[in-house]
Design a protein around this ligand. Sequence first.
Ligand SMILES: [Zn+2]
Length: 378
Amino acid sequence: MNQTPSCSSTLCQTAWACYDQVDRAADGRGAPILSVPSVIADPLHMPRHQSSPRWPVTRAVHACALCLTLSGTSWAQAVATAPRPSSTAAPDGTAILASIQALTAPGMDGRATGTPGNAKARAWIVDRLRTIGAIPMAVVPVDAYPNGRGTFEVPFTFASKSGVPMQGVNVVATCGGRRSGLSPIVVSAHYDHLGIRDGQTYHGADDNASGVALLLNVAEQCVRTPFEHRLVLAFFDAEEQGLQGARAFLESGWARRGVALNLNFDMVSRSDKKEIYVAGPGRWPALEPLLKPLAARAEIAVKFGHDTGGGQDDWTQQSDHGPFHAAGIPFVYLGVEDHADYHKPTDTADKIDPRFLGGVAAFVLDVIATLDRATSFK
Ligand SMILES: [Zn+2]
């Protein structure tokens, strides 16, 4: 069965693609796109970002009838009326920190997938996207939004480690795309964390409210001054469950439709050495001449690495960029080295230095502006 969604609304008739959100079975290809190991481990003592490794997935991605809301051509025409300024305002680390504080406030309860706290965090992100003016990526179902507003929320299901079906919800928006014919850059950050365990709240300020806050800052900049590439702004759910949101996103059609690059933020706000790592060029050498020169002009220390060797220090598969890499899509990952509060209830917003955060945000904008001037990353 090949389920091509019907796109009957006026909004979707202008779509550059009718986004065939089908599962693998419906896709008729049978074999998994991504192979996943089946090791299960203590979620609180996993290396780096994940609360557990990738367990076998029997995914039934739903939320069908997704249609991209804007034509690449018409969108490019719409935003190409004004030239993009060569410079943007310096990011405000204190304002970005305020987003982290909001995502770790009482009631967010550690944002574990499937919990009320996770839903509250998601609603907060959606509200911010609406305020910023980012465009929803999907319309689900097509006829449910007569005003054409669409939805930012894209549900998916996955199997828990005990085999129980669980639901996650990605939040996906878009902006930019001044130049037609370029595949989009997916900029991502996971918004879920570990929730409440044994009565203790795992706030996840650095992991990964910080990445979400940075991604919202990118959204603001992109809406204000659109990039040549379309940016797909992906706030993934269930990363701590084994990169499930990123896997669902790719399996829903993006892996074969074409993504130029994934830029992923996960743990970007804490470093005693005031340094951030850039991973990706070790696996995708074409990125190195683009990104290496940026380190010298960054306000913070920028290091390259953690992307070769395959061992514990190789972060290639340790956050949501992993499934992109496995699908043959170049990635750039930004993150700090593990700290004493990693995956502990003490990962709180008061430990974040807004000056470092502002420096990272400025570096991120330099990275995106640089990548945006390139047309190929392989
Ligand atoms: Zn994380």
